[in-house]
Design a protein around this ligand. Structure first.
Ligand code: ADE
Length: 223
């Protein structure tokens, strides 16, 4: 999969993809992430990319031309399955959306800043709008990083044990069950006996019951 990200703050996206699972995905050739500085696509003095909004009001708006320029020059080289705008008024990201997007070939992400982008870009270029939650970030970059992480780990072959993504919280609308590791006992707090039993059928049943219990308690809306 190839993901291109258009941003006015490319520095914010340097680190999230250079570690851990997303780094491995790129090393294995399963994921390519390219960031593009929007200012490089401005024709204006000082590489201006924002301007006052028509009708007045506080806050700048990301201008049409640099964004269109950036999108169209990338589209001339790559055929994108989706052009995604990260915005608090988009569809809230969930595991189902991450699953769907992980099956795509090429994605173009657009990070908003200031008061947002000129509405005509949303109308004529953007095919999907995603929010990562009901709160406002200073820009779309961290949201883009969250989205790339959620998608990237689902690409087949990225996780060592492919079943582990399938057992994540939310994959079957259940939260994940509790997990334990060594030691078996600490300050008298014991690991549940069933996990030490070696009986895999029993362990699977226990995990399912625990996941169900946890979901009922914490996120009944998922059931
Ligand atoms: N940009 C600012 N806030 C955001 C959010 N919650 N989700 C996606 N993009 C954003």
């Amino acid at each position: 999969m190839r993901i291109d990200i258009i941003t006015v703050q490319p520095g914010l996206l340097e680190s999230p993809f250079s570690h851990s699972i997303l780094k491995r995905a790129q090393t294995k050739g399963l994921l390519e992430v390219h960031t593009h500085n929007l200012r490089d696509y401005s024709m204006l003095k000082h590489n201006q990319v924002d301007d006052y909004q028509f009708g007045g009001g506080a806050g700048m708006v990301m201008m049409l031309e640099p964004v269109v320029n950036a999108i169209e020059s990338l589209q001339a080289k790559v055929k994108y399955d989706e052009v995604i705008y990260l915005t608090p008024d988009g569809e809230t990201l969930n595991q189902r959306i991450a699953n769907q997007l992980s099956l795509k070939g090429n994605l173009l992400l657009l990070c908003g800043h200031y008061k947002g982008i000129d509405e005509r870009i949303r109308i004529h270029f953007v095919t999907k709008e995603i929010s990562i939650g009901d709160y406002v970030l200073s820009g779309g970059e961290l949201a883009a990083a969250v989205l790339v992480d959620a998608i990237g780990r689902l690409i087949p072959g990225v996780l060592n044990d492919e079943t582990s993504a399938l057992l994540d919280s939310f994959q079957d609308n259940l939260l994940a069950p509790p997990v334990y590791t060594r030691p078996e006992e600490f300050r008298g707090w014991r690991v549940p006996d069933v996990l030490l039993s070696g009986d895999h059928k029993k362990i699977d049943n226990w995990r399912h019951d625990q996941a169900l219990e946890r979901t009922k308690e914490r996120r009944p809306d998922l059931l």
